[in-house]
Ligand binder design. Structure first.
Ligand code: ATP
Ligand code: MG
Length: 212
């Protein structure tokens, strides 16, 4: 049987239990041999000034995944100059893997809806499976009505995994730090320590100022 590798892309600013519980759920459900967490370099939708430097995000991701023997962190996107596009990440991840290896890109169901705005969605769906994390009860109908033809063509490539903890978000965590509210039990303990040690998220960034 060909090997199956999960890819969990994200800004991870910071990584939280929503990401971790999703990756672990997908790993078990789809029999993934490993899950590679891939912190983005320069997120295409976010300006460089609004995002914490990549090395901080990378190290927090390493700390958060340390205790899981199936989780690894990849520097693919961080070390590649320019914006991180999923299709480029998937293609690069293939290098060094057996040709019949199957890649599963894990994403939140909301992020999958952005697929039409991603660079070359068809090319992406030809090269990997997509696993969309949803709340229990959510089904694929909304994806179908939003994505239309693209969804029907690639229906066999898109799967859904239901996960708890979907309301945890990095933006909420950043806001909590700024307001002095607790973030314990939303992110792994070593990540909490890292955030305070390096005084991350103390001042509002461009995106939070805009968001109010
Ligand atoms: P932000 O609030 O800054 O947008 P985020 O919490 O969405 O951050 P990202 O790094 O943008 O985190 O997300 C990386 C991937 O993880 C995306 O595919 C996103 O949909 C998914 N994701 C984010 N939060 C959760 C969650 N609580 N449960 C499951 N998946 C999630
Ligand atoms: Mg997000």
């Amino acid at each position: 049987m060909s090997i199956r590798i999960g890819l969990m892309g994200g800004t991870f600013d910071p990584i939280h239990y929503g990401h971790l519980v999703t990756a672990e759920g997908a790993r078990v459900e789809f029999g993934l041999e490993r899950v590679w967490f891939v912190p983005s370099g320069w997120p295409p939708h976010k300006s460089a000034m609004d995002v914490t430097p990549a090395e901080h995000r990378y190290l927090m991701t390493v700390l958060a995944t340390l205790s899981n023997p199936y989780f690894e962190v990849s520097r693919l996107d961080i070390d590649r100059p320019g914006p991180s596009y999923t299709v480029d990440t998937v293609e690069q991840a293939r290098h060094g893997l057996p040709p019949d290896a199957e890649l599963y890109f894990i994403t939140g169901a909301d992020a999958i809806l952005e697929i039409l705005t991603w660079k070359q969605p068809e090319r992406l769906l030809e090269r990997c499976h997509l696993i969309a994390a949803t709340r229990p009860g959510y089904d694929l109908e909304r994806l179908e009505s939003t994505l239309g033809e693209l969804f029907r063509r690639f229906r066999h490539r898109i799967a859904v995994v239901q996960v708890p903890g979907l309301s945890i978000s990095s933006s909420d965590i950043r806001q909590r730090v700024r307001r002095g509210q607790p973030i314990r039990y939303l992110v792994p303990e070593p990540v909490v320590d890292y955030i305070y040690k390096h005084r991350l998220y103390q001042a509002p960034t461009g995106r939070e100022v805009v968001a109010g």
